[in-house]
Design a protein around this ligand. Structure first.
Ligand SMILES: O=C(O)CCC(=O)C(=O)O
Ligand SMILES: [Fe+2]
Length: 336
């Protein structure tokens, strides 16, 4: 079998303490050198248990989006069991024999990201990330291609459907708070990114143990193109966010959801909310996994700074363009 999957390379390098050169990052990226140490700032944690009186939540969300572009939410209403099932079926899939996983491989010519795969885009200087992934849409039903949903384990489908349903309820609340935090009425931000036509794209990241976690990265530094990304991690830390010139680790809170502001919300808010620059690191002994769901506008929706946030003193800082054009430029590293 061709050595393309990181999981295969990892299983062959168990007794070795080196990694292939293409996984060794340059010094300005190596996590051992660039991660801030000691007692440090933490990504905001927002408790949603009292969400009927939402004044405090709106303020906390707005501050977190302005200062960090990322926050964790607890007591969000998704039962622990629903999250546990999502994690279990994803882990079971990645533990299947390699040939069973390859059935879901992204077709080489496909323009969509959907399917089982390894590298996403051309990386700078041919460097690779220590991670495999599976992408498939989970909402709306008309956009779902079940060909990319594992048949094994048999409960994969149900676990993902239940999670999708619950996640949409959380996302709708978040969109409302984002609007209120901008001084709007509540419905505007979601409408500005296409309203009920939003597409929910599930990604599972699988980061196998790595003999040199000090030198490698999982997913390299980036901002997400999405509106929001809502991520469930496993218990192995590894997500890092960039703030004030430093890389900070995001601490693991069982059953919390990690909410990332993506590029489209930065644009709609005309820069009041910041898309978070983030990356992930890997581990020597343990497998890290994460389940981000990218909430994306449909391709033909035009996204730009919201007209109610624009006046003579606040000119638009971003172009208004179709999401498909935005994606094209970002994936091909062209100016927006
Ligand atoms: O695994 C993580 O925590 C982050 C993954 C990520 O940023 C991504 O897949 O876009
Ligand atoms: Fe990301």
């Amino acid at each position: 079998m061709e050595l393309e999957r990181v999981q295969v390379i990892a299983s062959l390098s168990k007794c070795i303490d080196t990694i292939p050169a293409e996984y060794i990052r340059s010094e300005n990226e190596q996590p051992a050198i660039t991660t801030i140490q000691g007692k440090v700032l933490e990504v905001p944690v927002i408790d949603l248990s009292n969400d009927s009186d939402d004044q405090n939540i709106v303020q906390s969300v707005a501050e977190a989006c302005r200062d960090w572009g990322i926050f964790q939410v607890v007591n969000h209403g998704i039962p622990d069991e629903v999250i546990g099932n999502l994690q279990r079926v994803g882990k079971d899939f990645f533990e299947l024999p390699q040939e069973e996983k390859e059935v879901y491989a992204k077709p080489p010519e496909s323009k969509s990201v959907e399917g089982y795969g390894t590298k996403l885009q051309k990386e700078v200087e041919g460097k690779k990330g220590w991670v495999d992934h599976l992408f498939h849409k989970i909402w709306p039903p008309s956009a779902i291609n079940y060909k990319f949903w594992p048949k094994n384990p048999p409960s994969y489908r149900e676990a993902n459907e239940v999670y999708a349903e619950r996640l949409r309820a959380v996302a709708d609340k978040l969109f409302r708070w984002l609007s209120l935090g901008l001084g709007l009425e509540g419905h505007e931000v979601k409408e500005a990114v296409g309203g009920d036509d939003l597409i929910y794209l599930m990604k599972i990241n699988y980061y196998p143990p790595c003999p040199r976690p000090d030198l490698a990265l999982g997913v390299v530094a980036h901002t997400d193109m999405s509106t929001l990304t809502i991520l469930v991690p496993n218990e192995v830390p590894g997500l890092q966010v960039f703030k004030d010139d430093h890389w900070y680790e995001v601490k693991y809170i069982p059953n919390a959801l990690i909410v990332h502001i993506g590029d489209q919300i930065e644009i709609v808010s005309n820069g009041k909310y910041k898309a978070v620059y983030h990356r992930s690191t890997v581990n020597k002994e343990t497998t890290r996994m994460s389940w981000p769901v990218f909430i994306e506008p449909s391709p033909e929706v035009e996204v730009g700074p919201h007209p109610m946030l624009i006046d003579d003193e606040n000119p638009p800082k971003y172009k208004t363009k179709k999401y498909e054009d935005y994606m094209y430029c970002k994936l091909n590293k062209l100016p927006q």
